[in-house]
Design a protein around this ligand. Structure first.
Ligand SMILES: [Zn+2]
Length: 283
């Protein structure tokens, strides 16, 4: 079997496809198709929730619950999300988008279907995910004074990449996101002045919000690209920022321009061994 070809990277919300596998579960049916516009939540870094929507076929339709990642073994067994036992791209395995339908349906392999994503929910997650990337870049900038020495790890703007080194959790939400950062021993060793940083969270939040307002006022295009059509092919986020086009690896969905985001603001709060960052987008 082939990997699912996906079109959410292009911003698509609807596709005609064929059923490749249907698997009844307790009170649901799992559907795999050759092509899908649905973004599945990643099993490796589950930052953006899966798209939901509708699956239609001749004579019927069903609600699609948030989609997950799946992998089909060479013997044809489907493994979903955390149960996937192999690495991405394992030879002989097909990586697929799993569309869970509530209830049982008489769908068979080969059935032509229409897959339709809930557009408003997608839009809100896209805005939240774009806001999340911008907040991370603004965080890295605001934290520049809190490094004793410069680490080798740099972000897309060439700044010390605190976000990448310290992030432990990221969840994209409708019109926002929630990140958790841990300042542990290894980060202090790399040069982060943890105590000073944590004592200055209100000042840092202010600096981030000022930076975000400046970036949004400048506008700029947001684009996506991909190495191939398959769900396992690498995907990229590009954004015009400060007169250059920056690139970040990203599997999610996004707004098309900075202007669409309206206003992006963050709040920081201390937590055990670090802090949380909540980003809110007000389009
Ligand atoms: Zn991303």
């Amino acid at each position: 079997m082939e990997h699912t070809r996906v079109s959410f990277v292009l911003g698509h919300l609807e596709e005609q496809a064929r059923v490749l596998l249907t698997q009844p579960a307790t009170d649901s049916t799992l559907i795999v198709t050759d092509l899908s516009p649905f973004h599945p939540q990643s099993h490796l870094w589950p930052d953006q929730p899966g798209d939901s929507g509708t699956l239609l076929w001749e004579g019927g339709q069903a609600r699609v619950s948030p989609c997950r990642m799946g992998a089909i073994s060479p013997q044809g067994a489907l493994f979903v999300d955390a149960d996937i036992p192999v690495k991405r791209g394992e030879p002989g395995w097909a990586f697929v988008v799993v569309h869970p339908l509530a209830g049982h349906y008489p769908l068979t392999v080969g059935t032509p279907v229409t897959l339709r994503v809930d557009g408003e929910a997608r839009r809100q997650l896209s805005l939240g995910h774009s806001g999340c990337h911008l907040a991370a870049l603004a965080l890295n900038r605001a934290l520049a004074p809190y490094w004793k020495k410069e680490p080798a790890e740099r972000d897309a703007l060439g700044q010390a990449d605190f976000d990448r080194l310290a992030i432990t959790r990221s969840r994209v939400e409708p019109l926002g996101s929630f990140e958790q950062y841990r300042i542990g021993k290894s980060l202090r060793k790399k040069g982060v002045m943890g105590a000073e940083l944590l004592a200055a969270l209100p000042t840092i939040a202010e600096a981030i919000n000022t930076q975000l307002a400046t970036w949004l006022a400048a506008g700029g295009k947001i684009e996506r690209s991909r190495d191939g059509e398959a769900i396992i092919d690498s995907r990229w986020w590009h954004c015009e920022l400060e007169g250059r086009r920056i690139t970040i690896p990203c599997g999610g969905t996004h707004a098309d321009t900075l202007g669409e985001l309206g206003r992006v603001e963050v709040t920081l709060a201390p937590c055990e061994e670090g802090f949380t960052l909540h980003t809110r987008v007000t389009p």
